[in-house]
Ligand binder design. Sequence first.
Ligand SMILES: [Zn+2]
Length: 332
Amino acid sequence: MMAAVPSQIITILTIYLVFSAIKFVQCSHGDRHPVYQRCLQSCFYANCSTKTDLQEFDAGRPWYLRALLWDCEDECGYECMWNTVEYYHSIPLPCPQFHGKWPFLRIFGIQEVASVVFSICHGALHLYFWLKFRSKVPSEAPMYIVWQAYSLICINAWVWSTVFHTRDFIWTERMDYFCATSLVLASLLTHCIRVVGWHGGTFHVGITCLCIGVLSTLFFIHVWYLAFIKFDYGYNMKVNVAIGAVNTVWIVLWGIQNIRNQPYVWKAIVTVLGTSLLLLLELGDFAPVGWIFDAHSIWHGATVPLVCFWYSYIMDDTLYMYELMFKFKKTV
Ligand SMILES: [Zn+2]
């Protein structure tokens, strides 16, 4: 009996430390509710507090839960989340959020299935059009390398979006946010190089390097601030929206100016205006439909077709610039 006392103290201390740590992360209604807290404590005490418990917990659970790093505490959190949602519905009260997120139905260990599927669709489309661009556009065409790099930045961003929506950890969230910013800035940079760097059938090396230097520096300062000074969700959102807004207004105005000579620019205008309008979907903060489709996943899904318009514009514009390059060479 005496030997059991230290282990009980250790267990109680562990539970106390776990729940003290939980208090430091972002809280919303559900995870602060006593029903959730009590459920979490009893689940942790019953399943995760000793080595034997953990061995029993690990035995016989599907490989994909282990592969996706669902540990005993995570499992307790998931079970207790649904217990609390049931409790709220029985009262009835509106569905609560947990740690700043709506409850999602986990499928094969994947937390946000709809966002994962749509992120894969985006990534696959960028990969498909990257290959199509390479087969359709001559490698000596202007902007050829720029658009290649742009596609790779987009593919990387959607890979991280897939990873983050599969499993939400601090590091996967950071990577998703940083890579999303890289994508938004890459869009602005490509247009900057296209419009400011390109002049008289060739690129002005100094101006092109200045565009790349300024926007790359902005990106690294932004990431450095978020990673090492303060991770501020509001500030990050404002920066991304501001860059997106500048890009949208610039492309629309440039497109209107040039649509007579380059009729294909309507595709670019549709893409940026469509992306901006669909961003309004993000404002709809509602509990996931069928516990799968939330506003964010619908925004990811709704923007998938715009990728086709965008790449169609990219290919048309690069081929147009390629022709223009020859015309300038002939006249010189
Ligand atoms: Zn996302």
